[in-house]
Design a protein. Structure first.
Length: 391
């Protein structure tokens, strides 16, 4: 089968005008000019742009039921508090139904791979039945060091009970440096490693680790954790985790908003994959990741939507557009590559993120005017409507 389109954006090479992609058994076999395509049944998509399926490297499908439920949160701590108090109000079947709708939304808006944070692991079967490739980050939270041994033991036995699925890989993850105790983080680092976490997201996290954030301390007290002793490390979130031995190549760290030049250098040196979530950061009013600085330091970058508890859609392209608006100097090819290949590399999906021989035949497509001369500019114009496309 040959997919033909006005433009094909392979990502690992420049865009191709009037191009075709040969697909066999769900894999790309060939990509190039339509005039040179091998013989085969042609499916002509018409004027438009075909690119690899997007990779959303940070998402929480199981929070989809909280869409529109948290009201007008007054900053980060208030948002977290609203989340933890509203979350238990819905029964499991509602949580599952909304997660299923979230999967559908990812598929419909052109996403082919997802990094999905989960505390309950109650929708793995839904992911396995979907068209998505998924890395599920089984996230532990635990501020009381006294409970660390029990939490890690319970997590490992829960993981051991997970049925292996070819397209859904589950690994142990942590919530954040100010919600997971140092002993629990160390125990995770020593037993297979932390595969993902939220890192340097809000000013509260940074100030708390530096010894003073009355709002986060009061929140912990309201959660019954006021008695827990904590000796602040007086370090940035990145340096604190580095000291604990948590940063390693392959760690998928969401946000990296509260980072300075030295932090960027540490993230690059440790090979940490950072996920940019611009719409979520804007919604929670925590600032924006310093993308030019992270890039200049050589940090591996990808993009994620975060959950429907903080953003209005799971359409990753909306985050690409948000980043484009925030940093107009970012090159279009870099934005497209970060939302595709960047995510695929972060999650270890070597056959996603580009249109090349051997890659999975999972694409995103948008219609475009027949006269289109610059497909990358069109993708960032706000007029592109990406949808999932499989062959
Ligand atoms: Zn998140």
């Amino acid at each position: 089968m040959l997919l033909r389109a006005g433009w094909v954006v392979p990502v690992d090479r420049p865009p191709l005008r009037d191009a075709a992609v040969a697909v066999e058994d769900g894999r790309v076999r060939w990509v190039g000019a339509a005039s040179e395509a091998p013989a085969g049944e042609v499916r002509d998509l018409g004027p438009g742009v075909l690119l690899p399926g997007l990779v959303n490297a940070h998402c929480h499908l199981e929070l989809s039921h909280l869409a529109g439920r948290l009201g007008e949160a007054q900053g980060f701590v208030d948002w977290v508090e609203r989340l933890v108090t509203t979350r238990p109000q819905d029964p499991p079947e509602v949580v599952r139904r909304r997660a299923s709708a979230g999967i559908q939304e990812l598929e419909d808006t052109g996403t082919a791979g997802v990094g999905d944070v989960s505390n309950a692991l109650a929708h793995l079967d839904l992911l396995a039945r979907s068209s998505l490739r998924a890395r599920v980050f089984f996230e532990l939270i635990g501020w009381d060091p006294e409970t660390a041994a029990k939490v890690i033991e319970g997590a490992h036995s829960r993981l051991a009970g997970v049925e292996p699925a070819e397209r859904v890989m589950v690994s142990l993850a942590a919530h954040a440096p100010h919600s997971v105790s140092a002993p629990l983080l160390r125990a995770m680092a020593d037993s297979g490693g932390v595969s993902a976490l939220h890192l340097a997201e809000s000013p509260h996290e940074r100030r708390f680790l530096h010894g003073r954030d009355p709002e986060w301390s009061a929140f912990l007290a309201r959660r019954g954790l006021g008695h827990v002793p904590f000796v602040p490390p007086h370090l940035s979130p990145v340096r604190y985790l580095d000291r604990l031995g948590v940063l390693h190549p392959g760690l998928v760290a969401a946000h990296a908003v509260q980072v300075d030049e030295g932090d960027c250098a540490v993230l690059a040196a440790r090979g940490v994959a950072v996920v940019l979530c611009p719409r979520s950061n804007q919604a929670l009013d925590v600032g924006l990741a310093p993308v030019p600085e992270l890039r200049a330091a050589g940090v591996r970058l990808s993009m994620g939507t975060d959950s429907l508890a903080s953003v209005p859609s799971l359409d990753l392209w909306e985050d690409v557009l948000a980043l484009h608006r925030a940093f107009p100097s970012l090159e279009p090819e870099w934005l497209v590559r970060t939302a595709t290949q960047g995510g695929a590399e972060a999650l270890g999906f070597s056959d996603l993120g580009r249109i090349a021989p051997g890659a999975e035949a999972a694409f995103a497509f948008t219609e475009a005017p027949p006269s289109l001369a610059d497909p990358l500019a069109f993708l960032l114009s706000g007029e592109a409507r990406l949808r999932g496309m499989r062959a």
